[in-house]
Ligand binder design. Structure first.
Ligand code: OAD
Length: 235
């Protein structure tokens, strides 16, 4: 294995599966129980904000209580022991990377523990419940607080920074994502075009499969710590 200087780890719902959190597109996944059009588009929020609030109000306590697993912890070990710049770009709205002690985490799809005011842009942290009657603590306007989660139809967060990380990384790992939601699904192409080695960690072959140099199949809680040990052995 080469010695790497800049590592980007893209994560999706699969990295949190072994912490007991549902993924989106599996048989018992969130998008098989709820329609995206009802709870995860900006139109849905404008149409029926309280229905959308209810969905995330129910999700918040589960994500508050969830604990990081061996895959999240392996990233902490890598960041502490491997001499490279290591960033985590996550599509997950849970906070398990932070709970595991990961650094340089970019939540491109937002975070469940934040609200954003659509009037003044104020973002604040909270694990509380919300409704359309709540008032922004900054501008005092009601009915404009939205979970700080990127809905379909909205721009992703941190994209300038992430684009830069992808263009300069020499190792790109994709962990537990089905690779069907863009732009994240296209990150491997950017990293590869700029010379990175690319690895996919998943339980199964994804639709993005051909883009990667290497595939490591199995639960990330097992495969990622093993891979980290290999990197550390050869650093
Ligand atoms: P998906 O549910 O689409 O995909 C999860 C992937 O993780 C699948 O390919 C599984 O095979 C894999 N997987 C499951 N358990 C695993 C394990 N223990 N170890 C390794 N891999 C495992 O979730 P995402 O790809 O994250 O957006 O979905 C992308 C976006 O679609 C989400 O961020 C969400 C959704 O709409 C928003 O809500 C904004």
């Amino acid at each position: 294995m080469r010695k790497y200087k800049n590592i980007v780890i893209l994560t999706g719902a699969g990295i949190s599966a072994e912490s007991g959190l549902a993924t989106f597109r599996s048989e018992d996944g969130l998008w098989n129980k709820h329609r995206v059009e009802d709870v995860a588009t900006i139109e849905a929020f404008y149409r029926n904000p309280d229905y959308v609030h209810e969905f995330y109000n129910e999700m918040r306590p589960e994500l508050f209580n969830a604990q990081p697993n061996a895959a999240h912890k392996a990233i902490t070990v890598l960041q502490e022991k491997y001499p490279a710049n290591i960033s985590v770009v996550t599509q997950n709205v849970d906070t398990l990377h932070e709970k595991a002690g990961n650094k340089n985490v970019y939540h491109i799809h937002g975070q469940i523990n934040q609200m954003r005011c659509l009037n003044c842009g104020h973002v604040f942290e909270t694990w509380g419940e919300f409704s359309s009657e709540d008032v922004c603590e900054n501008c005092g306007i009601a009915a404009v607080l939205k979970p700080n989660i990127v809905f379909f139809g909205e721009d992703l967060l941190y994209m300038d920074k992430v684009d830069n990380l992808l263009r300069t990384c020499d190792l790109f790992l994709s962990v537990g994502t089905s690779g069907v939601v863009y732009p994240a699904a296209g990150f491997v192409q950017i990293a590869k075009m700029f010379g990175a080695d690319t690895y996919e960690f998943n339980m199964e072959k994804t639709s993005n499969n051909r883009m990667f140099d290497e595939h490591i199949y199995g639960p990330a809680g097992t495969t990622l710590p093993e891979f980290v040990n290999k990197l550390l052995a050869e650093k």
